[in-house]
Design a protein around this ligand. Structure first.
Ligand code: NI
Length: 183
């Protein structure tokens, strides 16, 4: 596999702290290509051999803003079984409902734009239902849970210029841990 030529921006870049705008359909050829590139990049980052070859960090999701385009698109690649990948392409998402139950990633969330260790709890809803559009502009509704629900919330935050450290309590990074389930 050949690594797509995309450059992932670091959190120091101001654009990552800005709000992305709604996408208009049909997508341009460039937008479609960028989506393919982001999906392939994530997949390769999850394959040991490719990750080592290209010196990548493993990542599950990418928002369009992370490669410098302030439009409401994100992608997620989930290796649901050894060597099997499911792609999510999510455009103009809107959260319709969310569980009361909160969860957090025990080992801490990660982000391809954050190149430092960040300690603390990022509260997320265990399950959410999202309305969105696919690459062809077809609307769909998806209900996601656990890791995928966390990834969706992390990426939707990117579209609003929010990075996961922004959600960690500054004074007490492990605040309210007992009120949430660790996953
Ligand atoms: Ni991120």
């Amino acid at each position: 596999m050949e690594l797509p030529k995309i450059k992932i921006l670091d959190e120091k870049n101001k654009i990552l702290h800005q709000k992305s705008v709604e996408v208009k359909f049909p997508l341009s050829a460039k937008e479609k290509q960028d989506i393919k590139d982001m999906l392939l990049y994530l997949k390769m980052s999850q394959i040991d051999e490719e990750r080592e070859k290209y010196d990548l960090r493993a990542g599950m999701g990418l928002a369009y803003v992370q490669i410098g385009v302030l439009k409401r698109i994100f992608v997620i690649v989930d290796e649901y079984e050894e060597g099997k990948f499911k792609n999510y392409v999510v455009i103009n998402p809107e959260i319709k409902s969310m569980s009361e139950e909160l969860v957090y990633v025990g080992e801490g969330e990660g982000c391809l734009s954050i190149n430092r260790d960040v300690e603390g709890i990022v509260p997320r809803h265990a399950r959410i239902t999202v309305d969105a559009y696919d690459e062809e502009g077809n609307p769909y509704t998806i209900r996601v849970r656990e890791e995928i629900a966390i990834a969706f919330q992390h990426e939707i935050d990117h579209l609003d210029g929010i990075l996961f450290p922004d959600r960690i309590d500054k004074k007490n990074p492990f605040k309210d841990a007992e009120l949430m389930r660790e996953i």
